[in-house]
Design a protein around this ligand. Structure first.
Ligand code: SAM
Length: 238
């Protein structure tokens, strides 16, 4: 089953953009996923093809109209495909959600612009609001590209058999251990001895320990979650 991505945007020309090259681009060319970039403006009904209007209550900027967006959503909906809207007010995107989405039939993504989207759209449709971080982008398109990139690399056959991605950062609720490669000595620094030992058990133990130490130091928030999850399900620990 092909992963179907639909992006509702005022800038369809931004797609596939970076998703058209490297891993994601190859997977797109090979038919492992499909992309439909839909111009929201095609669903406007007035003669100016307007998609936005001034904010109720006053204030700067413009707000995307619920009626136009609803027409675009309804006109492009695919059965069983979840609808997401990229918004800084949404739930922060995490790897667990990415993995679940990647296991599904695809995703439809609504990209905001201007000041955002008329709130009534979220009340009248089942839409999952997703944020990619605590900062403000100029539009949802780059956020949609981030989300799609994260999903596509997990699709079957995209990364290849050698790398399933399940040892990477966040997959076990931890940051990944650090990596090294040749040259053996660089600017007076060597690769940690254990990684050159050929002792696979010792290497594994070192990696687990570094992942734990680095997560504790760099991301105490993730570490707390990890410890909490480990207490609840000891067998689920890394
Ligand atoms: N007025 C909004 C606010 O303060 O929350 C910001 C609107 S922003 C300029 C325009 C659009 O960019 C948003 O509607 C959303 O689609 C997208 N966007 C901006 N930051 C985002 C983020 N952190 N995550 C996801 N989408 C974002």
């Amino acid at each position: 089953m092909m992963f179907q991505a639909t992006v509702l945007t005022l800038y369809p020309e931004m797609f596939p953009g970076p998703l058209g090259i490297s891993l994601a681009g190859r997977a797109l060319a090979e038919g492992k996923w499909s992309l439909d970039a839909v111009q929201i403006r095609d669903y406007a009904t007035d003669k100016h093809r307007s998609v936005d209007d001034t904010p109720a209550g006053g204030g700067a900027g413009m707000v995307m109209r619920a009626d136009v967006l609803a027409a675009a959503i309804d006109g492009t909906a695919k059965p069983g495909v979840p609808l997401l809207a990229m918004t800084p007010r949404g739930r922060p995107l995490r790897q667990e959600r990415v993995r679940t989405l990647a296991e599904g039939p695809g995703v439809a993504i609504l990209c905001g612009r201007f000041e955002g989207i008329d709130q009534r759209l979220f009340e009248g449709r089942e839409i999952e609001e997703v944020s990619i971080g605590d900062y403000v982008l100029s539009g949802g398109e780059t956020a949609a590209i981030v989300l799609l990139d994260a999903c596509i690399r997990l699709l079957p056959g995209v990364m290849g058999a050698a790398s399933s991605g399940d040892e990477e950062s966040f997959e076990a609720g931890l940051l990944e251990y650090p990596h090294y490669t040749r040259p053996q000595m660089w600017e007076g620094r060597t690769i940690p001895e254990v990684l050159r030992s050929g002792d696979h058990a010792a290497i594994k133990a070192w990696r687990v320990s570094r992942a734990e130490i680095d997560t504790r130091l760099r991301r105490p928030d993730l570490w707390e979650r990890h410890i909490g999850a480990r207490v609840q399900s000891p067998s689920g620990a890394r």
